[in-house]
Design a protein around this ligand. Structure first.
Ligand code: ATP
Ligand code: MG
Length: 217
């Protein structure tokens, strides 16, 4: 019923990592480990999400329903969302047809960003894209969160938060996700941080999930 899109024109910001971690966190925190209420849609030709889910199956872990879609995917997402409690869509790291069409069927687009100025300046283009999408999907919420922030420094985080205030199109999530090995290692093992041994990563993800759920509720 709720569609969460991970989207950004920039590659490598953590969209796929966040998609899998939100899926695992949702299943554990809301469905007692049951995964059948959560559909993963991989809308990226790189198939990162799809391959993660295949590796999960191969490893004998509880797998998530997962499909691949391409092109104009608005109607397909809407149809699928009627059958699941949550749909998580991972779009390619560029301004793709899949990202734009998914924005028309989503409740929230989550945009991970790094805290550097160069990365934050790219939000300008995304702000225009969001404005256009809202002509067709006025209820689209857009949440930006800072990802891969250094665990030992607050300075970058503070500057980024200041800069992000210049974009009224976006809601700045109060959760920031740190750069932690746990995100890379759990992904390699076809898991999420809720299934890993780093309690700080797990607690960051819980906070992000809670915020997302509150925004779309
Ligand atoms: N919080 C984090 N801490 C440490 N590493 C991270 C974190 N988030 C993402 N990464 C790593 O950064 C790299 C890029 O992440 P990811 O593949 O999720 O980005 P993406 O936005 O989906 O990229 P693409 O645009 O290519 O699809 C990966 O190696 C991933 O393991
Ligand atoms: Mg990706």
């Amino acid at each position: 019923m709720s569609v969460i899109l991970l989207g950004h024109q920039k590659g490598g910001v953590g969209k796929s990592t966040t998609a899998v971690n939100l899926a695992v966190a949702l299943s554990i925190e809301m469905f007692k480990g049951d995964t059948k209420n959560i559909l993963l849609i991989d809308a990226d030709p790189q198939a990162t999400l799809y391959r993660w889910s295949q590796r999960r199956e191969d490893a004998g872990l509880i797998s998530f329903p997962c499909i691949r879609l391409e092109g104009n995917i608005t109607q397909q997402i809407k149809r699928e969302s009627e059958k699941y409690e949550y749909v998580i869509v991972d779009a390619a790291g560029r301004d793709s047809r899949e990202m734009r069409s998914a924005m028309l069927a989503s409740d929230i687009m989550l945009m991970p960003t790094k805290a550097s100025r160069a990365d934050l300046e790219l939000l300008e283009h995304m702000a225009e894209t969001v404005e256009m999408s809202r002509d067709y999907n006025p209820n689209l919420k857009v949440g930006v969160f800072i990802n891969m922030t250094p665990t030992n420094s607050q300075a970058e985080k503070i500057t980024a938060k200041k800069l992000l205030k210049e974009f009224p199109e976006f809601k700045l999530m109060s959760t920031t996700i740190s750069d932690r090995k746990a995100y890379r290692d759990s992904f390699s093992s076809a898991k999420g941080v809720h299934e890993w041994k780093d309690s700080k990563a797990k607690s960051e993800l819980s906070c992000l999930l809670q915020e997302v759920v509150n925004v779309i509720r």
